[in-house]
Design a protein around this ligand. Structure first.
Ligand SMILES: Cc1ncc(COP(=O)(O)O)c(C=O)c1O
Length: 454
């Protein structure tokens, strides 16, 4: 291959055949989710009102690998395997000796990594005879992915879209409706949860989750679908990292550091898990950096405690870094990162010191996104702009240290529907909301009573 190769592309035959379950490689004794009422460990039965058995079994599985159903792989073929790029133009602009690679998930129909799990979840629900899925969406990437996946498997789809995103990203709603979904602005008047949160008109992921869960729990032919946080979602996303492992081998390089943005942890987990497994099994020395917004700094400022996954308190209690389920993050444009908690699996990895979290302010992430767009061409979604900021920081550190460094980051979605955010940045009108100690104290005061986590 020429020395200047930019794209590393796999054939459809190289699509992964299995998902990787990192739970099997972690030391036993991880704290279990708890039933919200009894505070006893939540078992598969507690999840049955919302999820089909196949997904519940994936959620609690101890198998290291789980086969991807053929029907799911057939849909993956529409856009997978996704390309890995070497960011040669960005490297030149930064004048860095570092080699920067990015795995691009924006080539999916919805424009992000979210269809990797939406398709798997819609398939298993359809197999179980479910007729309709409800869900929340932050930036609209997840809702549009589930709308697309439901359409392919003949399911209805009803989406509660976080109010601030509904206003900022009207074309995401158009996409969902084009694929046949029904979309509500959250908080809505359609649910008790929504009506109880009218004083927060910008909404939050936690509120929208409460609305979607409330509706699914009341109807037997309707299930709920979550686009992040849970083990089975991270599991489905591991197609990203498995492909990237092979593509890095094609490039003849080994990443020193793997970087991703974290909202609930699914794109970060999906990219990092196959590399993390090598650290756990083969003593590889890869570092991992999780990038989050300073306005919603769950991993960097949250407490490690049991908390609800939603605002109203309908979901099991999960062991995670949390800002408190009552925390309503300011309406930053990275709507997919406005979540008070995080995946218990990713939180456990942060706690174990295997993943380093970093928080970035809105303007510095948009500066990185614009620098990336002006060199590499792709306009990133505001969420992966956080990963780009961290990757640039790594590349600058390599330049300062005069040392080589191989950086791999997840470019988990494009920002073609996020241009109002770019308008605001370019006009100098973007705010950098700060997260105050008072806000933290107030949000944490509402944590549910539950066993302390050591
Ligand atoms: C493009 C994009 N990136 C990242 C996220 C954050 O989710 P996660 O941390 O699960 O990848 C979202 C969530 O909506 C998203 O739309």
């Amino acid at each position: 291959m020429s020395d200047n190769q930019v794209k590393f592309v796999l054939t459809e035959r190289e699509l992964p055949t299995h998902w990787i379950n990192l739970m099997a490689d972690l030391p036993p004794g991880a704290p279990p989710p708890l039933h919200p009422g009894t505070k006893q460990p939540a078992g598969p039965d507690d999840l049955a009102a919302l999820f089909p058995l196949a997904l519940i079994l994936q959620e609690v599985s101890a198998e290291p690998e789980i086969e991807i159903p053929d029907q799911v792989r057939d849909v993956y073929r529409l856009w997978r395997p996704t390309p890995l790029y070497r960011a040669r133009r960005l490297e030149r602009e930064l004048d860095t000796p570092a080699h920067i690679y990015y795995k691009y998930e924006g080539v999916s129909p919805a424009g992000s990594h979210k269809p990797n799990t939406a398709v798997a979840q819609a398939y298993e629900n359809a197999q179980a005879g479910i007729r309709k899925l409800t869900t929340e969406t932050g930036a609209g990437q997840w809702g549009s992915s589930l709308a697309f996946a439901c359409r392919l498997f003949g399911l209805e789809c009803e989406v509660w879209m976080v109010g601030s995103s509904y206003d900022q990203k009207p074309y995401r709603r158009s996409m969902m409706e084009t694929w046949g979904a029904t979309v509500h602005r959250s908080p809505s008047d359609l649910t008790e949860a929504g009506r109880s949160q009218r004083e927060h008109p910008t909404g939050s992921l936690g509120i929208a989750i409460s609305e979607a869960v409330e509706v699914a729990a009341q109807r037997s032919e309707t299930n709920y679908s979550l686009g992040s946080v849970l083990n089975h979602v991270l599991l489905h996303q591991t197609v990203i990292g498995q492909e990237a492992l092979v593509q890095m081998q094609m490039a003849g390089e080994e990443p020193d550091v793997v970087v991703g943005c974290v909202g609930g942890g699914s794109n970060f987990g999906g990219l990092a898990i196959p590399f993390l497994r090598r650290v756990l099994r083969e003593q590889a020395t890869t570092r991992f950096v999780a990038a989050e917004p300073a306005a919603c700094p769950t991993l960097t400022r949250g407490v490690y405690a049991y908390d609800f996954g939603d605002t109203v308190g309908l979901t099991p209690l999960m062991p995670m870094y949390t800002l408190g389920h009552g925390f309503v993050p300011p309406p930053v444009h990275a709507g997919g990162l406005r979540y008070h908690g995080d995946s218990p699996l990713v939180c456990g990895l942060v706690r174990a010191g295997l993943v380093e979290p970093r928080a970035y302010r809105q303007n510095e992430t948009f500066a990185a996104a614009v620098q990336f767009a002006r060199t590499e061409g792709i306009i990133p979604a505001p969420e992966p702009a956080h990963a780009i900021r961290a990757a640039i920081e790594e590349a600058e550190a390599a330049r300062e240290g005069g040392e080589p460094r191989v950086i791999l980051f997840g470019l988990c979605g494009h920002g073609n529907f996020d241009l109002s955010a770019y308008d605001a940045y370019l006009a100098g009108e973007l705010e950098d909301p700060e997260f105050s100690e008072e806000e933290l104290a107030e949000a944490l005061a509402g944590l549910p009573e539950a066993p302390a986590l050591s």
